[in-house]
Ligand binder design. Sequence first.
Ligand code: GLP
Length: 241
Amino acid sequence: MKVIHAKDYNDMSRKAANIISAQVILKPNSVLGLATGTTPIGAYHQLIDWFKKGDIDFSQVSTYNLDEYRGLSHDDPQSYHHFMRENFFDHININVANTHVPDGSNPNAEEACSEYDKIVAAAGYPDLQLLGIGNNGHIGFNEPDDHFSKGTHCVNLTESTIQANSRLFDRIEDVPRQAYTMGVQTIMYARMILVIASGAAKAQAVHDMCAGPVTPSCPASILQLHTNCVVVADEEALALL
Ligand code: GLP
């Protein structure tokens, strides 16, 4: 695990965008694993800026997002489908047919998850997987558990995640209680993993991810076993390391 120190959120975002940009320049048909949440927004906006300046071309890139709330339509403003269009896809020259997000609108969890596993496997898994981290060490929506998950599956969100994510909803009652998420094993198949973290609320999770025991009670801790994992975090997020 390589830890790169960033000064603040903007510095973290630019460093992360630089790494993603290098990946796409070196391999124009890269398979990118993408993440939602507030942490990656700055990196996406930086990539959009470089695209507009002609420095980066997404025409051959394909993307696979980590997760989606169960029960939200693709057009729901709170869905991760919508988030990705609004914050990234609508502003670059990616072929929308090559962008993929688990189908939260399919109430049949088994079907939605196994279909997603098939398309991620058919793509050969991401060259680079971007990850944020939850305050409790979750990655994607893989919550603390007594085992590491494997493929895409339906999860019950923990109260702390519902609470943390409620800031993006009008009322806490509106936060979906379930989500479909890529499993930890699938995440580990990516050839490179880029974790980004910002702010004091992430300090404990970043510490446990990098320096704690490898345990499913902190799902991100398994990244210590990945052979090519880079963490870009700002001073506040690195305060306990
Ligand atoms: C959600 C997402 C995660 C993300 C986490 C942290 O739970 N499913 O992929 O890493 O939130 O979000 P934020 O970046 O907003 O702190």
